[in-house]
Design a protein around this ligand. Structure first.
Ligand SMILES: *[C@@H]1O[C@H](CO)[C@@H](O)[C@H](O)[C@H]1NC(C)=O
Ligand SMILES: *[C@@H]1O[C@H](CO)[C@@H](O)[C@H](O)[C@H]1NC(C)=O
Ligand SMILES: *[C@@H]1O[C@H](CO)[C@@H](O)[C@H](O)[C@H]1NC(C)=O
Length: 228
């Protein structure tokens, strides 16, 4: 358990006696049932950037801090963890309620990319393990020794999420294409306008010249009439 986190929680509570016993108990390893969730392994299949770069991957549950996964630097590589790394555990689950958690990628220019977001529940864990797999995104195993019924009678709960792979990328492509299309449209409009302007100027010049010729002819006729 993160000591800081615990202290913060502690300060908000008024039951100091309860806290004292909690401290004493938690100092004896394994004496308290905690549904702490640690990351067992992760493999990411997709970095959401447009250009090659090291992905900055983090785990976070709604309303909680981000846990950055400093080791995860490349795609299609299985990272295994012992559960005791400095940034572990990821979170702690309540007994009856689920938490909405997700794996994300930090993005410097736009809002963070979502690998997936799902309900993490205590009874997802079978014999202390839960696998969350999302096609085209990642495959992660979570460890929580005190989660689940503990009986092991439940069927394996591999949560497969096949919902639209990287919808964001599709949206980004649509945006880029429409921007290009509008630039082309503007260029075409400018070209057509310039062309029309040139044609009009030429026509005006022609008309002007014609006018001159006509007046010349009239003057010539007048002059001729005078002579005769
Ligand atoms: C969340 O992060 C802040 C800033 O790093 C830290 O002060 C705080 O203790 C963290 N809270 C929890 C619940 O871990
Ligand atoms: C996900 O990872 C686990 C543990 O490494 C593995 O047993 C499982 O077969 C993997 N699933 C897929 C669909 O790759
Ligand atoms: C586990 O799955 C099998 C078939 O896949 C089913 O017959 C059985 O009832 C399931 N058990 C539980 C506890 O869900």
């Amino acid at each position: 358990m993160k000591r800081n986190q615990f202290l913060r929680c502690a300060s908000s509570s008024t039951h100091s006696l309860f806290l004292l016993s909690f401290f004493l108990l938690s100092s004896i390893p394994g004496s308290i049932s905690s549904r702490e969730v640690a990351l067992g392994s992760i493999e990411i299949f997709n970095a959401h950037e447009w250009w090659p770069s090291i992905p900055i991957v983090y785990f976070s549950c709604k309303g909680e801090n981000k846990t950055f996964l400093p080791d995860v630097k490349t795609t299609n590589f299985l990272y295994s963890f012992k559960g005791q790394e400095s940034w572990q555990p990821l979170t702690e689950l309540p007994e009856k309620k689920c938490k909405r958690c997700g794996i994300y990628e930090s993005d410097t220019f736009k809002s963070d990319d979502v690998f997936d977001e799902w309900e993490m529940c205590s009874d997802d864990f079978v014999e202390g393990k839960s696998i969350h797999f999302k096609e085209m995104e990642f495959n992660a195993t979570f460890i929580c020794s005190d989660c689940g019924g503990g009986s092991g009678s439940q069927n394996s709960t591999i949560v497969e999420d096949k919902g639209e792979p990287s919808k964001k990328k599709t949206i980004a492509i649509v945006v880029v294409v429409s921007v290009l299309a509008s630039i082309l449209t503007v260029l075409a409009a400018v070209f057509v306008y310039k062309y029309w302007q040139r044609r009009r100027r030429e026509r005006d010049q022609l008309r002007f010249l014609k006018l001159f010729e006509e007046t010349d002819e009239i003057e010539d006729e007048i002059a001729l009439g005078h002579v005769i």
